[in-house]
Design a protein around this ligand. Structure first.
Ligand SMILES: NC(=O)c1ccc[n+]([C@@H]2O[C@H](COP(=O)([O-])OP(=O)(O)OC[C@H]3O[C@@H](n4cnc5c(N)ncnc54)[C@H](OP(=O)(O)O)[C@@H]3O)[C@@H](O)[C@H]2O)c1
Length: 435
């Protein structure tokens, strides 16, 4: 706070810190409770945690701010499986990794903060550096990870499949997760894009994903949500034509404010792709496809940006253009998808699986934020002690864009270095605020 960042190297690292955790002895607490009623406020705790020992190639970071991702919702409701299994398996891989196998799990896969200490073998980062961290944790001891680091057999999502995540005052990261903090953003704004921005970049822009090009029609589910609010910006920024699907007037309005023109309010138009639990309704796929054509002047999507999963996947495969791509990174509404394969093979469509991003892709995505080409979509910010409520907002889909969390930052708006760049983009940076 005194802006004496050089002094950090000589100040002792605290032996413990406050972090948001789930507890291994509570994984059954929601047994028999319906999905929507599982309440993260009951399962997420703010605990004093011992600062982990620092290993080679790692850093301890003072976390100024973090953000809620859907993976913290999954962890907090212990669905589809409790995350302690990930920590146990990781812990078995080496004595150093055994630090992660604890009866508590400090969650969170985003951070903006300041490096406190680096471990042996770290040359690119030092105490005092202002950073954001992406959430790809890799070991890279196996040849498979050396083409695309997402292919490392020991690839994990930090703060979800590893311990000591970002919803805390201190976090443990590998230094190949670190990237420069965008200078024109506050701590909470800088922490917000991280995971979803990198994921949307690989999924939509990268050659490892859909390799979007200018002029492509891109159907974006949840276009004002975490992933979707970045996918929409990438589409617009890259000269593509987004067709944004949302579920309210307010969400439609925010897509318009990002610059999108073609918007479908799925709630107002009442699409029901499933007649009952087992039967889809192709008539509804057709109605949806006809609506897309009405908006685009007769064109079908070159790319469908998928993540709702079971509920929408049949429709997504149906509406993609001949030769088009359905690129999926999630299954929020259920992971056993059903679609009519005739529409896939006869029309030569492709389904691509995508997951987070490699370091290079995450770096490129963060670079676009730092240059003011893509903007954070932060709507609301909670203090660390209210992380449970923040996760509940996302669980109940009552949020817009990203929900932020202040960790060590005592208030919002701190950490801005480049006021000139900020002034140029202030409206865009604040687009989602208070909606
Ligand atoms: N593989 C990866 O690396 C990765 C990375 C990030 C996220 N994810 C996953 O991706 C999913 C979305 O994450 P997010 O951060 O974007 O979450 P989010 O902020 O909740 O946004 C998702 C949006 O999807 C829409 N949606 C939800 N259920 C739907 C349904 N049944 N039918 C149609 N639309 C639906 C909602 O928008 P409307 O209500 O406005 O339509 C919602 O705002 C989560 O399951 C998350 O775990 C995966």
């Amino acid at each position: 706070m005194a802006d004496e960042l050089d002094a950090l190297a000589s100040i002792p690292v605290p032996e413990s810190y406050r972090g948001v955790t789930v507890h291994a002895d509570e994984v059954d607490m929601f047994e028999g409770v319906p999905h929507k009623e599982k309440d993260p406020r009951r399962s997420l705790h703010l605990d004093e945690v011992r600062t982990p020992e620092l290993g080679p190639g790692e850093a301890l970071v003072a976390v100024m701010a973090s953000a809620i991702n859907y993976n913290t919702v999954w962890t907090s409701i212990f669905e589809p499986v409790p995350t302690f299994g990930f920590l146990r398996r990781y812990g078995r891989t080496s004595p150093l990794a055994a630090r992660h196998d604890q009866p508590f799990h400090v969650v969170g896969s985003d951070l903006a903060g300041v490096v406190l200490r680096t471990g042996p073998g770290v040359n690119n980062w030092k105490p005092g550096d202002e950073v954001v961290a992406h959430c790809l944790s890799v070991e890279l001891e196996h040849p498979d990870g050396h083409g695309d680091t997402m292919m490392d057999p020991e690839q994990r999502i930090w703060g979800f499949e590893t311990n000591y995540g970002g919803l805390a005052e201190i976090a443990l990261v590998k230094t190949n997760q670190l990237m420069p903090k965008p200078a024109h953003l506050s701590w909470e704004e800088a922490a917000a894009p991280g995971l979803v921005n990198s994921t949307a970049y690989r999924q939509l822009v990268s050659a490892n994903g859909a390799a979007m090009k200018q002029g492509d029609v891109v159907l974006i589910w949840g276009a004002s949500g975490g992933l979707g609010s970045y996918a929409t910006q990438f589409a617009l920024n890259g000269g593509a034509i987004p067709v944004c699907v949302v579920s309210s007037k307010e969400k439609a309005e925010i897509c318009r404010r990002m610059g999108a023109e073609l918007i479908i309010d799925r709630a107002a138009e009442g699409y029901r792709f499933w007649k009952d639990e087992h039967t889809q309704d192709p008539g509804e796929w057709k109605r949806f496809g006809a609506r897309i054509r009405e908006l685009t002047g007769g064109e079908d999507p070159d790319i469908v940006f998928e993540h709702p999963g079971k509920e929408t996947f049949g429709a997504s495969v149906y509406v993609a253009r001949k030769g088009g791509t359905i690129v999926t990174c999630a299954s929020t509404s259920g992971y056993m998808h059903q679609y009519d394969n005739r529409y896939l093979w006869m029309s030569l469509k492709r389904i691509i699986g995508s997951h987070f991003a490699n370091y290079r892709e995450a770096y490129q995505a963060n670079r676009l934020i730092a240059k003011g080409k893509i903007h954070p979509t932060l709507s609301k910010v909670y203090p660390l002690a209210e992380t449970g409520q923040a996760a509940l907002d996302v669980h109940h889909n009552s949020h817009q864009g990203k929900v932020g969390v202040l960790c060590l930052a005592p208030e919002e708006g701190l950490g801005v270095r480049d006021h000139e760049l900020r002034a140029r983009h202030l409206d865009a940076i604040n687009r989602f605020r208070g909606v």
